[in-house]
Write a protein that binds this ligand. Structure first.
Ligand SMILES: [Mg+2]
Length: 312
């Protein structure tokens, strides 16, 4: 597909929205199967969901923010929902950052979320990653986030030394910033030669950035799975584990009929909501589908949300 990970962050702009959708479709056999079809009711305003739902789960990239910046006007809308007594939670596949750093990022962007209302796929992965499981595992995470990452585990940060790839008992893929084609080849070779578990903390294939789409851990995990016998274990949307983790956080407040997922990705936010038995609203004016015809993509993928949000 012409993506070069050797050019640092330059490769981020080389995946366009159409290619991103193609990549998700190519990986569809590894995503949850869902028979549910929503009615795709058009809504022009986020507040129209407020009458129907008590708990609103928001995706981050493409809905709350693009890259590091909040989408203009969205912090104010979130405050309005919170002021109306709605429980607003974030359900994100962002797995590189510790929870505290993620919370700080949202605060910097003008959001005010309670710590327990920000749930990342990293939290879900860590809930499964007991010390006994994680002995001598390798981890893939951007260099700037290595410090303070999973300090309870004797992890090896996988970079350019082939010896490390051979020595580890399994691999955790949390973030792809700084990941290169050379490192992907080392991982591929090592796991083909000696298959070991691959846990992926971020099933996203792409994420919207200010100037294009970045390849995320899901991209590299599917790439590897396509070329080996490795079956990655994914944590995060569209897999049920993150939704069920969120539902358990809601306690007795949780009513599936009064809970909705709002996101810009058919293959993660919407598919995952449907697989987990809650309603969904697709954001089409920002994020993944902003440059595409959403109706065409809904037909092509046959993933039909309950609502289509043309405004936030
Ligand atoms: Mg998104």
């Amino acid at each position: 597909m012409g993506v070069s990970q050797d050019q640092g962050r330059d490769y981020l702009t080389m995946i366009n929205a159409e290619t991103a959708l193609d990549l998700y479709e190519a990986a569809r056999h590894r995503l949850p199967r869902v028979n549910y079809k929503g009615d795709c009711v058009p809504l022009s305003d986020l507040m129209e969901l407020a009458d129907r739902y008590d708990i609103l789960l928001f995706d981050a990239f493409g809905v709350l923010n693009i890259g590091e910046e909040a989408i203009p006007g969205v912090p104010k809308r979130i405050l309005e929902l919170q002021a109306a007594g709605k429980r607003v939670m974030v359900l994100t596949n962002s797995a590189s950052m510790p929870h505290s750093a993620l919370l700080e990022k949202f605060t910097r962007q003008g959001y005010h979320f309670a710590p327990e209302d920000v749930i990342s796929s990293r939290d879900v992965l860590l809930a499964h990653f007991a010390p006994a499981v994680g002995e001598c595992w390798g981890v893939i995470v951007p260099p700037e986030l290595q410090k303070g990452t999973l300090d309870d585990f004797p992890l090896t940060f996988l970079e350019d030394d082939p010896v490390d790839y051979k020595a580890v008992n399994g691999v955790l893929m949390l973030g792809s910033g700084g990941w290169t084609a050379k490192r992907q080849a080392l991982l591929n070779e090592a796991l083909c030669r000696q298959p070991r578990p691959l846990w992926v903390g971020n099933p996203d294939i792409v994420a919207p950035r200010e100037s294009g789409f970045s390849a995320q851990p899901g991209y590299f995990a599917h790439h590897l799975a396509d070329r080996s016998s490795i079956v990655p274990r994914f944590f995060g949307k569209p897999f049920r584990n993150i939704y069920h983790y969120a539902f358990s956080r809601m306690g007795s407040e949780f009513d599936p009929k009064r809970t909705v997922m709002i996101g810009d990705s058919l293959h993660t936010d919407i598919l995952g909501a449907q697989a987990s038995g809650i309603d969904s609203a697709l954001v089409v004016n920002h994020g993944l589908l902003a440059e595409l015809c959403a109706t065409d993509e809904i037909c092509r993928t046959a993933i039909k949300p309950d609502f289509i949000l043309t405004g936030l």
